[in-house]
Ligand binder design. Structure first.
Ligand code: F3S
Length: 387
């Protein structure tokens, strides 16, 4: 692997032990994956932020590091809303450890925007190289924006934030961004909601594994794309997909998909995973809610009261830019929390059955929260919580 003279000096320890360690991580990753060089990145998104997932050893490792990020870098969701953890019911001991994790990242120059939708704050551009780690954010950046990132592990993304570069392999290279399998979705004329796109992604991810799918016959908006990609990244390992006529790179491949394996997913397949089981909580915002999703929830909840806990998760910056909407939602008794989510917060482990409108949450809630999951549209979520 070609290493530039400045990077050789970092490797030799001239700029401190932490930068040396971080460069060693990047070079080791590059060698394993056959990268020919490192490439400059414009931003990083670092996972391994919830104390629930990194535990004491991760915290100890972070505490030993001494350097600062050189590109804009944000954190993945953590285990609690920073300003409202007591209200959410997070216990003091967990909060103390979670705050220690946050403090360690802050010392490293990572911004404390704890979100899986960093694209609502830092807007990467088509063709930018990134080092992002949360799977739904990676999928959105690659597929919807046309930026380029592999799915980085926590240490790889942190190393990239501190060095400002990442190994150039995989999805950083045009040759590795071609579709490998076609999915024809048969949707019909009825409403195809965000939850339906999540359910389509849930099924498609199982079907395609880690291949790059090319969808035909669907017309998702940005929130639908977000839901589709997040679910495929959860049930498969899809980090890039194309939607004919919609996503920015699809036009490059329109005439090159003939001969690829083609699968059909129809409305009946999708509706089979919707159920009517009773639930004791509702949680939406996986990935974190967009301003539009918050507005829809506010309209639906207007003049109603929730009778079971109803959580909406989003980024702090989205809350701050939509204060009136958040106030309207919270008048119903529902709660809009930043920084965390239904999967990484230990609070969600207290419920037996959770209703979500996300294919990704539907896939993860059973394993991560020990609860049964039910998927439904946002209209159905509100109806269940308020009736
Ligand atoms: Fe985001 Fe948590 Fe879902 S990190 S994508 S809301 S599992």
């Amino acid at each position: 692997m070609e290493i530039e003279p400045e990077d050789e000096r970092i490797l030799a320890g001239e700029f401190g032990e932490t930068r040396q360690k971080m460069m060693e991580i990047l070079v080791a990753l590059g060698k394993v994956f056959g990268a020919e060089r490192l490439v400059q990145i414009t931003s990083a998104q670092v996972s391994g932020a919830s104390y629930k997932t990194i535990g004491p050893y991760g915290l100890e490792w972070l505490g030993q590091l001494d350097a600062r990020a050189v590109v804009p870098a944000v954190l993945n969701p953590i285990g609690m809303p920073r300003g409202r953890w007591q209200e959410m019911g997070v216990d003091y001991d967990f909060a103390k450890k979670q705050n220690a994790v946050i403090a360690a990242y802050e010392r490293l120059g990572i911004r404390l925007d704890c979100t899986c939708t960093p694209y609502y704050q830092t807007s990467p551009k088509f063709g930018d190289h990134l080092a992002w780690s949360e799977s739904s954010a990676v999928s959105y950046a690659n597929s919807v924006i046309g930026a380029r990132t592999n799915r980085e592990g926590g240490p790889g993304a942190l190393a990239a934030a501190i060095i400002g570069k990442t190994p150039c392999y995989g999805l950083h290279l045009s040759a590795h961004r071609k579709p490998q399998v076609v999915i024809d979705a048969v949707t019909d004329d009825r409403v195809f909601s965000i939850a339906h796109y999540g359910a389509l992604g849930y099924l498609a991810g199982k079907l395609v594994g880690n291949r790059i799918p090319y969808f035909r016959n669907i017309r998702p908006d940005a929130d639908g794309l977000k839901a589709l990609g997040a679910a495929m990244a959860a049930t498969g390992a899809v980090a890039l997909y194309h939607v004919e006529g919609i996503t920015p790179e699809a036009c490059r491949f329109k005439f090159n998909v003939t001969g690829l394996e083609t699968n059909v997913i129809d409305r009946g397949d999708i509706e089979q995973i919707f159920s009517r089981i009773p639930v004791d909580a509702v949680a939406v915002g996986c990935p974190h809610c967009s301003p539009g999703e918050l507005k829809t929830a506010a309209l639906l909840l207007s003049g109603k009261k929730v009778h079971i806990p109803f959580y909406l998760f989003t980024a702090q910056a989205v809350i701050e830019a939509n204060k009136n909407t958040v106030e309207l939602i919270e008048k119903s008794g529902a709660r809009v929390y930043a920084d965390t989510c239904m999967v990484v917060s230990p609070v969600m482990e207290r419920y037996k059955a959770i209703m979500v409108n996300s294919g990704k949450a539907f896939a993860y809630v059973p394993g991560m929260c020990g609860a049964v999951a039910r998927i439904g549209t946002i209209e159905e979520c509100v109806a269940v919580a308020t009736s």
